[in-house]
Design a protein around this ligand. Sequence first.
Ligand SMILES: NC(=O)c1ccc[n+]([C@@H]2O[C@H](COP(=O)([O-])OP(=O)(O)OC[C@H]3O[C@@H](n4cnc5c(N)ncnc54)[C@H](OP(=O)(O)O)[C@@H]3O)[C@@H](O)[C@H]2O)c1
Length: 347
Amino acid sequence: MTKAAVSPSATHRAYRLVPTDSGSRLNQVEDVAPVPGPGDVLVRVEAASLNYRDLLVLRGQLGAVREGLIPLSDGAGRVVATGKNVTCWREGDRVAPIFYRNWVAGPYREAYGPAALGGGETDGVLADTIAVPEASLVRIPDGWSFEEAATLPCAALTAWHALVVRGRLAAGDTLLVQGTGGVALFGLQIASALGARTLVLSSSDEKRERATKLGAFATVNYRTTPDWDVEVRRLTGGFGVSHILELGGPDTFDRSLSALAAGGHIAQIGVFTGFGPRSNLIRLQQINGTIDGINVGSAEQFAAMNTFLAAHQIKPVIDKSFAFDEAEAAYDELASGRHFGKLVIRL
Ligand SMILES: NC(=O)c1ccc[n+]([C@@H]2O[C@H](COP(=O)([O-])OP(=O)(O)OC[C@H]3O[C@@H](n4cnc5c(N)ncnc54)[C@H](OP(=O)(O)O)[C@@H]3O)[C@@H](O)[C@H]2O)c1
């Protein structure tokens, strides 16, 4: 271990999940700080960010979580100590942990699932310090604050994986995103940088205006226009869109299929309206469409995305930032759906 910093009896602040009748609640604790084992790196977490998945974890909708689990998958911070045999990192490096701790490169394997940070059995990042294997860290872009970098591991990487790695989105394409949360706005920003045009669905006219300022070529209010697929076709000259980030699930999927242009690509990502979709795929066949299932991304994809974001000077849209003691308020804000972009917790 480097000379640095952490004695075995040092304490740190963390939140841990305590079971309730309706899932779990947050409990702030003072714990013994982790000590990095061989091959591990100790990171002082400077900021964390919330994803819709963190609500699902809290509500028990992704299955049981270990009592005392540290929540949240997304964070960024500084290396403060390294265990024996660590070769890639040194004290002071600015890093973010990856969502699936073992998915370094190559295709996804089901064995990676249980090692997703902040769910099931695997502790997440809502703590002053975390110890993680050295291969599960990615360098964050120069010039980015820790709050900005903390938005990348899940939301940004999911949009990148869906659009660039699997969708091969190109200049001239059209993209539809559902809502104005983290994945949707990263999708809009990445697509704009690649010369594609994005259409944004939102339940709020005020958020639609903000999405237009951020680069959307058209917006539709999915509350006041429930048959938004018809409107999307009209706004694209009758063709439909060539790419869709499908975030809604069962209640949105059929409309997405209807709004998809011939030869188009749907990235199946989200579960806002439940776990599904259960769909009649005949239209997909008729229009030679493609569906890809997307599950976050690897460290290799994360590093490539960071290079792209830095080169195109894309910065995340952060709606609000909360102090560590306000973690519950941050979860409440996420549950309200009022946010535009990302919610962040400063440590
Ligand atoms: N498969 C994966 O790897 C992966 C990774 C990340 C996220 N996800 C999933 O993707 C979805 C987005 O996650 P996120 O963290 O970006 O969410 P988020 O930031 O919490 O997004 C919330 C926003 O989504 C919009 N929304 C909610 N219900 C909607 C609906 N029925 N139709 C259209 N828009 C709706 C609302 O926008 P308006 O207020 O503008 O209406 C809401 O404010 C979630 O279902 C999440 O579980 C999956």
